[in-house]
Ligand binder design. Structure first.
Ligand SMILES: [Zn+2]
Length: 351
């Protein structure tokens, strides 16, 4: 008897995909041990062949089983049975020689890192304004935006900007904490020089950390709030539901490989936004993310939300924002709050 698997053991869209391939049969599902409409491994292999084909063996690579369980939205929480055995059956049905314990890497076409490095090299060192590489980049960015969640920032919720005072007795006012005027904006990860963007944090503590204070310093913190209505932010900290669900991807015109590249590209770009800006940086290294930020702004977003390099301090919502149009925010209180930094904690590990 061949193994049968029900659609509920897989993510949303799985049953519809299976039905489009073959009629189901009533049997006990190998993954959840429940009786219901099931399909044999051959049907699931047809649905998931493109995912399996994305991997090639690599010594020291991640185990295929780990990849399929952690990097994709394939299995639902109902699948409590022997997933490893399912993966081995799946590979066999896809005529792949791989097994769930094999070390694997993505095939070249699925590697977002390569695409990003090529784009980065071109825009930083070769062509700033015109190149066929940018046509390709825009297509990938469009899909990348689709794989990310929209974050609607409520009008009632503050964002925070902090700046270290020159000495412990000095106090700053709101003007000192605003974005610099257009002509004087220095380059950052989300803005080119001369084009201001407002960088802020989602919590007071993240804002203070981001100002890189030393112990004994005084830090001023401004509270800002959306002027009218919610802000639409592209959330680089979390994926949209469809992102790595191979069953939902079937419905879109994009191939799974493109979707995988777009999803990984989003992770790479999110990490790039999070890298701290330091004095002495080569500002040309900011150009790739500046290009991405302008692309996101052109898609109608008010800003982008990304992880703080200080981690999720101040709670799980500890993150940073870059707001493209400075006019969408307004100050909350009359004067910034001031804090004395009584201690700074660092964790280290030998390298
Ligand atoms: Zn099942």
């Amino acid at each position: 008897m061949t193994s049968a698997y029900c659609g509920k053991c897989f993510e949303r869209g799985a049953t519809a995909v299976a039905k489009s391939i073959a009629e189901g049969e009533r049997a006990v599902c190998e993954l959840c041990s429940k009786a219901g409409e099931t399909w044999p491994i051959a049907v699931w292999a047809e649905a998931l062949a493109d995912v399996v084909a994305m991997y090639e063996p690599q010594d020291g690579g991640t185990e295929l089983g780990v990849e399929l369980r952690d990097q994709w939205s394939i299995f639902s929480s109902r699948a409590t049975g022997d997933i490893d055995r399912f993966i081995d059956d799946l590979c066999q049905a896809c005529s792949s020689t791989l097994r769930h314990t094999d070390g694997v890497a993505l095939v070249e076409a699925a590697r977002a890192q390569d695409a990003w490095l090529h784009f980065r090299e071109t825009i930083s060192r070769q062509r700033r304004w015109h190149s066929p590489v940018f046509v390709d980049a825009q297509r990938r960015l469009q899909l990348m935006v689709e794989t990310r969640r929209d974050h609607l920032w409520p009008q009632t919720r503050d964002v925070f900007r902090a700046r270290m005072c020159s000495d412990s007795r000095s106090r700053l006012n709101y003007r000192d904490l605003g974005a610099p005027p257009a002509g004087r904006a220095t380059a950052g990860r989300a803005n080119s020089s001369g084009i201001p963007v407002l960088y802020a944090a989602t919590s007071e503590l993240v804002a203070i950390y981001e100002s890189r204070p030393v112990r004994g310093a005084t830090v001023a913190v401004a509270h800002l709030r959306p002027r009218s209505g919610r802000l639409r932010l592209l959330d680089m900290t979390s994926l949209a539901d469809v992102a790595l669900n191979p069953f939902e991807a079937e419905a879109s015109a994009n191939t799974l490989i493109e979707l995988r590249v777009a999803t990984d590209l989003g992770r790479i770009i999110g990490a790039e936004f999070s890298r701290p800006v330091r004095l002495g940086d080569d500002i040309h290294d900011y150009v790739p993310t500046q290009y991405v930020a302008e692309y996101i702004a052109e898609q109608g977003y008010d800003g982008v939300l990304y992880d703080s390099s200080f981690g999720a301090i101040g709670g799980p919502d500890g993150a940073n924002l870059a707001i493209f149009d400075l006019r969408v925010l307004t100050v909350v209180q009359k004067a910034p709050k001031h804090f004395a930094v009584t201690g700074v904690a660092w964790e280290t590990a030998p390298v």
